[in-house]
Design a protein around this ligand. Structure first.
Ligand code: PEP
Ligand code: MN
Length: 257
């Protein structure tokens, strides 16, 4: 289970959510520093300082983290900080970005573009693999259909299909996929049943005040309940919940600095 805020909004918010994610029992923290927003007038993220805050949260909680990279030019400054790179739905076919990430020795989570066919998605993954990065994780986050009552249409049949057709780990993002916190738990259960290897969940300590995607955020208590439920359900599907790494005894001097 990968969980965290849509965007890192500040020190207090970032650290509070990271602690809640760790307490809930998730294995990986997520958070955006560079945010691809539909409107240029919306909060664009804190940039690199936001990612530095996630590194601080990792030092405290022991949780590795993933953050979105939007341009090849940000790979170098992000590289020493992040544990994995997220390529967002909007950049799934940004081939220069994919080529640049193909020789990076860190995992890349490749989100499916809402308008992409399975073939286009897998060929985008192929850019990473062909360039030598074999740590590719696919992420289904909903596609665009005629249905407008959910934010997107979560394509879980395709999750089962790409599990069959590829050797890659596949995770599901029901937060963007539904845009509705009440639909997240049922879609997490369904993802497990469909064979997904994980889920990516947005969490906020104060969803109403969030600077992005607050309406779809789980509260920490909801996340904790969901983690407990998945821990119980996973063995029915021959899976088990990956535990969070043990937090470090104390931050190292370089991390403190
Ligand atoms: C996100 O993970 O916050 C995000 C922007 O997702 P997507 O790229 O799937 O829209
Ligand atoms: Mn988001």
């Amino acid at each position: 289970i990968v969980a965290g805020p849509c965007a890192v909004e500040g020190r207090e918010q970032g650290l509070a959510i990271a602690r809640a994610v760790e307490r809930a029992g998730a294995a990986v923290l997520r958070g955006g520093g560079f945010k691809p927003r539909t409107s240029p007038y919306d909060f664009q993220g804190l940039g690199l300082p936001g990612i530095q805050l996630l590194a601080e949260a990792r030092a405290e909680t022991g949780l590795p983290f993933i953050s979105e990279v939007m341009t090849p030019r940000h790979i170098e400054p992000m590289y020493p900080l992040v544990d994995a790179f997220q390529v967002g739905a909007r950049n799934m076919q940004n081939y220069e970005l994919l080529k640049s990430l193909s020789d990076v020795d860190k995992p890349v989570l490749l989100k499916r573009n809402p308008g992409a066919t399975v073939e286009e998605w897998l060929l985008a993954a192929e850019y990473l693999l062909a360039g030598g990065n074999d740590q590719v994780i696919l992420c289904e986050r909903g596609i665009r259909t005629f249905n407008t009552v959910t934010r997107y249409t979560l394509d879980l049949a395709t999750v089962a299909l790409v599990k069959r057709e590829t050797h890659l780990p596949v995770i599901v993002d029901p937060s963007h996929g539904t845009g509705d916190p009440a639909l997240i738990a049922p879609m997490v259960r369904a993802s497990l049943a469909a064979g997904a290897d994980g889920v990516l969940l947005e969490v906020h300590t104060d969803p109403a005040a969030a600077l992005s995607d607050g309406y779809q955020a789980l509260r920490p208590g909801e996340l904790a309940a969901l983690v407990t439920e998945i821990e119980e359900l996973a063995p029915l599907f021959g899976r088990r919940l990956a535990a969070a790494p043990t937090p470090p005894a104390s931050p190292t001097s370089s991390e403190r600095a």
